[in-house]
Design a protein around this ligand. Structure first.
Ligand code: PLP
Length: 372
């Protein structure tokens, strides 16, 4: 079997697998006062230190969550509530955001009476900064622009968007779920107030995410209960998944240069092999994450192609994994001006350092087979 769906879930790194086993065996609730609890809280400390170091943040700025979705939702709802209290009732999010941001913003509209405006993007999948500069004003509570897109891999101008948000006194959030571990992500360079991560995207296991929340920012928690995460996220932390997240991110960052050069070469090779008449490469003109390629086969059904590839032993997705099964065309490809006839035939190939050159040839051969 060939696995080329690493943007949905990267195969776990050995460091993460070891960490999970170690944490499960030593167990313990990190909030207690005895030695068993101390073992667990030492693991949380280790993970917090590693995540903070990877992002150039302080340990106190890292809040552990259960997923990237939870981190995104916390950021959006907190900013909306914060804004509502200050007379800032506009949320600006990009048109190519993951549904964890887009749907949270739509919900915040109902809950806090704010308005939501979408930053348009260009044909290459990059959010339009001139448009953002015109949209942002002193009524804006928050601007949210992802660091890199999950369907196309297009790297977004997060630093520029942050500067625009700051110039009108708004908060800036970036969803770095796909970017972290693949490209450098530095919260001070970006200038973000909040940033989201998800462990299973960089080689940890599902069940852990993190929200960077700048020191002194008023954060409204999503979950209320005990005082975990300094009162910013109640609920007992999933120590094995969080401990593994720290180890996975550390490993990803230390191997980043080598892995990204290797993966980009595979991705470029695959795109070349799939450069067949009629195929449309989405976002390939932009700066992208090393492993992601989105290729559309107009008139075809991407979901059906993915199912047929699966029967031939190749795992890919027809777009964002979380919207699999939906018959709607991708909102990301739609925002890029790609017709639904073309975007419905999209396949996302997402590679990482575990893939090989031989696999690339085999993927291309099997794609051609299912198209024939
Ligand atoms: N944001 C982006 C860009 C993603 O790609 C994903 C998952 O695919 C998420 C958020 C949601 O993360 P999680 O699956 O950890 O909830």
């Amino acid at each position: 079997m060939i696995y080329a769906d690493c943007a949905a879930q990267r195969p776990p790194r050995e460091e993460a697998v070891q960490a999970v086993m170690e944490a499960i065996r030593s167990f313990g609730n990190p909030s207690g006062v005895h030695d068993v609890s101390s073992r667990a809280s030492a693991m949380l400390f280790d993970a917090r230190k590693k995540v903070a170091e990877a992002l150039n943040a302080e340990k106190t700025e890292i809040i552990f969550t259960a997923s990237g979705t939870e981190a995104d939702n916390t950021a959006v709802f907190s900013a909306a509530r914060n804004g509502a209290e200050k007379g800032r009732n506009k949320l600006i999010v990009s048109s190519v955001e993951h549904s964890a941001v887009l749907n949270a913003a739509r919900e915040a509209q109902k809950l806090f009476g704010c308005t939501v405006e979408l930053i348009p993007c260009s044909k290459d999948g990059t959010a339009d900064m001139e448009a953002l500069a015109k949209m942002a004003d002193d009524r804006t509570a928050m601007v949210s622009l992802m660091t890199a897109n999950n369907e196309t891999g297009v790297i977004q101008p997060a630093r520029e968007a942050s500067a625009i948000a700051k110039s009108c006194g708004a908060l800036f959030h970036t969803d770095a779920v796909q970017a972290a571990g693949s490209i450098p992500v530095n919260v001070r360079d970006i200038g973000c107030d909040m940033l989201s991560l998800s462990s299973h995207k960089f080689g940890g296991i599902a069940g852990a995410g993190a929200l960077f929340c700048r020191e002194n920012l008023d954060l409204f928690p999503l979950l209320y209960g005990g005082g975990q995460e300094r009162g910013r996220r109640a609920g007992t932390q999933a120590v094995p998944a969080i401990y593994a997240m720290g180890k996975a991110l550390e490993a990803a960052c230390s191997a980043m240069d080598e892995e990204s050069a290797y993966t980009a070469k595979l991705r470029d090779g695959l795109e070349e092999l799939l450069d067949i008449p009629g195929a449309v490469k989405a976002g390939s003109a932009a700066k992208r994450l090393p492993g992601t390629a989105c290729v559309c086969f107009p008139g075809r059904d991407g979901e059906e192609l993915a199912l047929r590839l699966n029967r031939l032993g190749v795992c890919v997705s027809s777009g964002a994994a979380c919207s699999a099964g939906s018959s709607e065309a991708s909102h990301v490809l739609d925002a890029m001006g790609i017709s639904s006839e073309t975007s419905k035939g999209a396949l996302r190939f997402s590679l990482c350092s575990v893939n090989t050159e031989e696999e690339i040839y085999e993927i291309a051969e099997k794609v051609k087979k299912v198209l024939a």
